[in-house]
Ligand binder design. Structure first.
Ligand code: SF4
Length: 309
């Protein structure tokens, strides 16, 4: 007879904002796994994608409950947990809510997967108790998204976000500075700001492109984008260019936007956070103060931040 595990499976990654959450693994790795800038799951040791059995996920939830953790929130991973199937996802969400009284249930989700569910599927997710989705928007520029094989279009993001909002599910987008390279950075940023102004998500979390090598401390395969860099088709943004991208992005956001923009990752060169309609000018001033520092001081700062997950 197969013995039951005594520890729940752990996620490969989770958003920093979910550090207090109960972490529940529905799928392993990323089914899509094609984005040029990513390859993160194979790099971190999850070479292939797989779906977990609903009974095993429920068993993990039972284990989390028995450990009597004080978390008031729960989070579903890995990259796109809806790949387990809508019915299965809903069954797991309902089960979790029935045995653990969490105040908030969130999940990673690909925009294209949500888009395929259409309005009814998204409404069903809300009915099962899903409160918020963390979506890798990365860019609002169709050209940049296509180049990086993200598998989503700005139009798809717009429609999926509208259905999420109608269903009452909060949207947390991740925006990736540097994704346009030095060739296309202005368009990447301008189109991303345009899409944020249009979709009005609750959160935008800023990240910087992380180019990891195969000889990093984890030693999985290197970031696929390195092949393009060697071929000369993609030129990485400079550190200072990344700060200018952040400035342009915030400058272009609508001053009435209620969105909370947060640099909640240690790989950001400048950390500014705030609600745009209240804090936009302060955020821009903080970036300008940094850019007025002596060049040597700025360069030293970039060295200390480095590149990391
Ligand atoms: S960015 Fe997301 S969808 Fe793309 S390969 Fe990475 S985990 Fe998968």
């Amino acid at each position: 007879m197969k013995s039951k595990r005594e520890m729940p499976e752990t996620l490969i990654i989770r958003p920093p904002s979910e550090y207090r959450s109960l972490l529940v693994r529905l799928t392993r790795g990323c089914k899509w796994n094609r984005c040029r800038f990513c390859g993160l799951y194979p790099h971190l040791g999850e070479l292939t994608f797989s779906r977990r059995m609903v009974a095993d996920v429920k068993h993990d939830i039972d284990l989390l409950r028995q450990r009597n953790l004080k978390s008031e929130t729960a989070f579903f991973g890995d990259a796109d947990p809806l790949q387990i199937g809508l019915t299965e996802f809903i069954e797991i969400a309902r089960y979790l809510r029935s045995v653990i009284p969490v105040k908030r249930l969130t999940s990673y989700a690909r925009a294209s997967t949500l888009w395929k569910l259409k309005e009814n599927g998204i409404r069903d997710l809300a009915g099962a108790g899903l409160d918020r989705v963390h979506i890798g928007l990365e860019s609002g520029d169709a050209e940049t998204l296509n180049y990086h094989r993200k598998g989503q279009s700005p139009k798809m993001v717009e429609e999926a976000t509208e259905w999420l909002k109608e269903a009452g599910i909060e949207v947390s987008f991740y925006v990736l500075l540097g994704l346009g390279g030095r060739e296309n950075w202005q368009k990447h940023i301008r189109e991303t700001a345009r899409l944020i102004n249009k979709t009005k998500p609750e959160f935008v979390r800023i990240r910087r492109l992380w180019l990891y090598k195969s000889n990093s401390f984890i030693s999985g395969p290197e970031c696929p984008l390195y092949a393009d860099i060697r071929a000369g088709t993609f030129t990485p943004q400079t550190p200072e260019g990344t700060v200018h991208e952040l400035r342009l992005f915030i400058e272009m956001l609508d001053k009435y936007l209620a969105t909370l923009v947060i640099c909640d990752h240690s790989n950001n060169y400048v950390h500014v956070s705030g609600r745009i309609r209240e804090d936009k000018n302060d955020m821009l001033s903080a970036i300008d103060d940094f850019l007025r520092l002596p060049e040597q001081e700025r360069e030293q700062h970039y060295e200390t931040v480095g590149s990391r997950i």
